[in-house]
Write a protein that binds this ligand. Structure first.
Ligand code: GDP
Length: 485
């Protein structure tokens, strides 16, 4: 179990500064307490408020989780489909349902958990999408999976912008009690559509006043593909709490991600085996995440040119002496291990050949590895997702990271590793951009497709200019995206 390069247990803080609860069974989820060995300690310290919020959440989850008395009571409203908005149920819930690739799923799950913390709701997750093959149960003593007999489980696949019980459509159809609708009889659930195609009514989820109604509804069913955390920082109802939880604003995903996402034993075995075999012994580990969204024509040449330009200009990797063969040239004892992740193997092969065939100008030895090349995205396949998760995690264990812009796969890696990556700008019209990359100033994921209206005046608002620590993303153009700094 214990890799030889870990000196002893007391050197690493296996409870991650107190965000993890001690005393849980180690055998059923080895990664929970072993991750600290591989991440080599914490890069930030959690606030005491965060630690106590997590302990309170765990108590709430134990009290209200699946098949508890409170759960059984609250779930019955979904059978009758009637609810009086003045009823105060003991427990309220937010159910996360998935969309898009694994990176999207992880960042939205973290966002939904923060929503649960802020609103004292219990987080349950759609069990049908390999969640339990990928992640250990994060909360002690009760499951986070939606039970398979959940009354409206068949509705999950129908949830989209048109869904009649979405909050946006309820507003449009006067189904929300208020001046135009005096009835206090409501449905016991509301669907929160937080997807890139949402409209101004859906986006009222990010307005304080709307939570007067929303907080009464016992079941929130949420679907999202975006990291919607930054908008909570702009909501006065949550601001004070958030300030206490996260005095360092750009640590939200770092802490929530490390708290929630523990690879299952099978994936942990794959991660640690790979790490120990190929990465552990190098003096420095470099991660390069290549996510190519274009397909035809194959943009390999400009992307490859850009990657080399970036790693050489930013001194992430040494140049090679093309005039010499690898057998000649001076050598130092320093080694660098490069972990390439991509659906394609071409980037890896080009880098590997370059370093295998020629000496580096610094004399360092550079070895290049790629765990898989899946060719295409297949989010519906379990093993494919396991590989993706293992690779995101391996990237998070590197010392320096280069990521592709706008990729949630990269966001997860940088966030879990607490790293500010070099972001490769997306080539425009198949030409390598200049500069090829830039170092991120924050390790947070970007909230793409952000709300851009003032909740009170309903006028357009540049939401990246309201707070000093919520600004536009480095990997998006113009005034797009919001990110915590
Ligand atoms: P995004 O599309 O880049 O934002 O990231 P997502 O993770 O949401 O979706 C991309 C999906 O494609 C991943 O979840 C994987 O299924 C697959 N994929 C993309 N890049 C890689 C890679 O480098 N390695 C592996 N194993 N899968 C990848």
């Amino acid at each position: 179990d214990h890799p030889s390069w870990v000196k002893n247990d007391t050197e690493v803080d296996k409870l991650l500064g107190g965000i993890l609860k001690g005393g849980l069974d180690e055998k059923s989820c080895r990664s929970r307490y072993q991750s600290a060995w591989y991440h080599k300690g914490l890069k930030h310290q959690p606030s005491s408020h965060l630690i106590s919020a997590l302990r309170s959440y765990e108590a709430l989850h134990k009290r209200c989780g699946p098949y508890t008395e409170s759960y059984n009571k609250t779930v019955r409203y979904l059978d009758s489909m009637e609810f009086n908005s003045s009823t105060n149920t003991e427990c309220k819930y937010v159910v996360w349902t998935p969309r898009d690739g694994l990176g999207n799923r992880i960042i939205t799950l973290a966002s939904t958990f923060l929503y649960a913390l802020l609103t004292k709701r219990v987080l349950l997750v759609d069990r049908r999408v390999h969640v339990s093959d990928l992640f250990c149960e994060p909360f002690p003593e009760n499951s986070w999976l939606v039970p398979s007999d959940f009354p409206i489980i068949d509705e999950f696949d129908k949830l989209n912008k048109q869904y009649s019980m979405s909050y946006g459509n309820m507003l449009k159809n006067n189904l929300v009690p208020g001046p135009k609708n005096a009835s206090s009889l409501i449905k016991p659930f509301v669907y929160l559509h937080v997807v890139h195609d949402y409209d101004d009514d859906d986006k009222r989820f990010f307005c304080d006043d709307d939570h007067t109604f929303l907080q009464e509804v016992p079941w929130h069913i949420l679907k999202s593909n975006i990291y919607f955390v930054p908008s909570f920082f702009m909501m006065p109802i949550f601001q004070q709490h958030l300030d206490l939880l996260f005095p360092e604003k750009d640590t939200v995903f770092y802490f929530l991600g490390r708290y929630l996402f523990h690879p299952t034993n099978m994936i942990w075995k794959a991660i640690t085996r790979y790490y120990n075999a190929y990465l552990a012994r190098a003096d420095e580990r470099i991660g390069i995440q290549v996510r190519v969204f274009e397909t035809e024509p194959d943009p390999f040449a400009p992307y490859m040119e850009q990657i080399l330009d970036c790693v050489f200009t930013e001194n992430v990797l040494p140049q090679v002496n093309l005039a010499l063969e690898s057998l000649s040239g001076h050598s130092s004892n320093r080694t660098k291990a490069v972990l390439v992740t991509s659906l394609s193997s071409k980037y890896y092969k080009t880098l590997k050949n370059m370093y295998d065939e020629h000496p580096t100008e610094t004399g360092e030895m550079v070895q290049v590895f790629q765990p898989s090349h899946e060719v295409e995205q297949h989010t519906e396949k379990e093993v494919h997702n396991m590989k993706a998760w293992a690779e995101m995690y391996l990237l998070s264990l590197t010392d320096k990271l280069v990521t592709s812009s706008k990729s949630t796969f990269g966001y997860v890696a940088q966030g879990l590793g607490g790293m500010k990556p070099w972001i490769l700008y997306r080539p425009e019209e198949y030409k390598s951009p200049n500069p090829a990359c830039q170092r991120a100033k924050s390790m947070e994921p970007c909230f793409q497709a952000t709300p851009d209206h003032d909740c009170k005046t309903r006028n357009w608002l540049d939401t990246g200019k309201v707070l000093p620590y919520v600004r536009h993303c480095e990997d998006m153009q113009w005034t797009w995206g919001l990110k915590l700094f």
